[in-house]
Design a binder for this molecule. Structure first.
Ligand SMILES: [Zn+2]
Length: 366
């Protein structure tokens, strides 16, 4: 799976692959313990350790699947925030949404393709024993620790990962590929609606099947139903933000600082103000932005505003839509953008302006 959003807490960074941080959710050790218990029930430490090694190998396949998403995303110019490993699977997280259907399709298909490639590698050494073994022999091979059982499990895992992710249920990879394909004939909104509702129908069937047969399917159906609904909410928000413009929601006449101001005096002013970020202006010209956090951090030092301001910042125009502003702030990982009209600095648009505007827009009946 892949998505764009902020990362949850309770996850530890365990390393990084080509600059992409790999974080693991705190519940992951529970899965390891469960595997040790499952495999070590016969009282053998050896098989318990094997069970844990198996879980690590299975999660290795999940990581490779997510890396498939991540590397293709990077190739398409999308910033990859991290790969998060949850007990239910992995998530490649991007800084901004994949609004371009072509990008969305390529990024989505890359994950299952990695698993199909792994199946291609694993199949030759496992094929002969797989077809020659009887049912009993197969069960025996799967429950006896060793290279053969490991190869079988990895084959099975990759087949499940590829199959499950290719289900046309939004937000699974298959659902994303479906939406992207539908945009060839439908509008983005209509394509999303079809992909989400179709996915939810499958999720309901899955849940019903699970209700009578298998609790796991029930949980999965419920999870997928609500995850798909999230996309409808994101789309509604996007449509709302597309109708409003930066010029009507920016902070126009806020407080400004001169570059020569002492940080300590700025700190005293900042404490009285509700503004989260201030423009640094000299003779009407914008030199940089300074945030509350930067001022608070340097409050005790003798520096001046010019020393702590950020001189590179995203730029918007009053005519930009709020959706464009939201995407730009996310992509540049910034708290605020300068609003420039015909070369003249006219205001600041911050994430707080965005939140405020969104609340206002949601309250106004359409
Ligand atoms: Zn995926």
């Amino acid at each position: 799976m892949s998505r764009s959003s902020t990362s949850p807490k309770w996850a530890w960074k365990i390393g990084s692959i080509r600059g992409i941080p790999l974080r693991i959710h705190a519940t992951f050790p529970l899965v390891l313990l469960w595997a040790a218990w499952e495999w070590g029930r016969n009282g053998s430490l050896h098989t318990a350790l094997y069970g844990m090694a198996l879980v690590v190998a299975l999660f290795g396949c999940v990581v490779l699947h997510e890396l498939g998403h991540a590397f293709v995303a990077r190739w398409r110019g999308i910033v990859v925030e991290e790969i998060l490993l949850l007990p239910l699977g992995g998530l490649a997280q991007f800084r901004s949404p994949l609004d371009n259907p072509r990008d969305e399709f390529l990024v989505a298909v890359a994950g299952p393709l990695v698993n199909l490639a792994l199946i291609g590698v694993l199949l030759p050494p496992t094929l002969v024993p797989l077809v020659s073994l009887t049912q009993f022999g197969l069960i025996n091979a799967l429950t006896t620790p060793g290279w053969q059982s490991l190869a079988f499990y990895l084959l099975l895992t990759n087949a499940l990962l590829a199959g499950f992710n290719l289900l046309p249920i939004f937000p699974m990879d298959g659902g994303r590929m479906l939406r992207a394909t539908l945009t060839a004939g439908l509008s983005y909104e209509r394509a999303t609606w079809v992909a989400v509702r179709l996915g939810q129908s499958v999720a309901v069937l899955m849940g019903l099947y699970g209700f009578f047969q298998n609790l796991w399917f029930l949980l999965m159906g419920v999870f997928l139903f609500f995850a798909a609904e999230q996309e409808m909410r994101r789309l509604a928000q996007r449509q709302l933000l597309d109708t409003a413009h930066v010029g009507n929601h920016m902070t126009r006449r806020g407080l400004t600082f001169a570059p020569s101001t002492h940080v300590h005096s700025a700190y005293l002013v900042a404490r009285m103000s509700l503004q989260p970020i201030w423009p640094v202006v000299e003779r009407g010209r914008l030199l940089g932005l300074v945030s509350r956090a930067a001022i608070e951090k340097a409050a005790a030092s003798a520096s001046r505003i010019a020393d702590i301001m950020q001189t590179s910042y995203p730029v918007l125009t009053p005519r930009d839509t709020l959706y464009r502003a939201q995407t730009l702030l996310a992509e540049s990982n910034s708290e605020a953008a300068a609003v420039i009209e015909n070369g003249v600095f006219v205001g600041i648009f911050s994430v707080y302006d965005l939140m405020h505007a969104l609340r206002q827009l949601e309250e106004t009946p359409a």
